[in-house]
Design a protein. Structure first.
Length: 165
């Protein structure tokens, strides 16, 4: 009977140890700021890091321009959730508006379907630059959503040390 290789097993959805390697579901995550869980959110966008590229056209070299690594560029994190009585993000934004400017570190945890963190992104030196309240309509039964936009100075991704899923 033929044996399948590791890459084929991964494609089929199992590791060599028999553990399924299905993708994690995006709807299952929490956000923590300065060690305090601020809740689950319905949407998180902006988990991105871009390397700026500097181009230099050397005289006499017409085949290609030189390209050099520039600075890292981080987009804003946008967190959206149903409006709750938890007003920590609102108060933090109001503090910034009143001049009590405090940058904070935080973590976005992606959870396995058993609610165990499996991947997380740490952001550092963030502050809220924008808060958007819900759209209120008398003829709608939709959930009232709020969003906050965080500008930050760095993003790193970590994995659990053990794939016990």
């Amino acid at each position: 009977m033929p044996q399948i290789g590791l890459s084929t097993a991964v494609i089929l959805g199992k590791s060599a140890a028999g553990v399924r390697l299905d993708p994690f579901r995006a709807f299952n995550f929490w956000v923590e700021i300065e060690g305090i869980l601020v809740g689950g959110f319905s949407e998180c966008t902006g988990l991105q890091v871009e390397t700026e590229v500097e181009t230099y056209a050397e005289g006499g070299l017409n085949e290609y321009p030189h390209q050099f690594r520039g600075r890292a560029k981080y987009g804003p994190l946008v967190l959206k959730r149903g409006l709750t009585l938890n007003d920590q993000l609102w108060r933090w934004h109001q503090d910034v508006l009143q001049g009590n400017f405090a940058r904070k570190n935080g973590t976005i945890y992606l959870l396995h379907n058993t609610h165990i963190p499996v991947v997380w992104w740490n952001f550092r030196k963030a502050f809220p630059s924008k808060w958007t309240g819900p759209e209120l309509r008398a003829n709608s039964s939709e959930v009232a959503f709020e969003s906050v936009e965080l500008l930050h100075q760095g993003l790193s991704r970590l994995w659990t040390t053990s794939p016990r899923i």
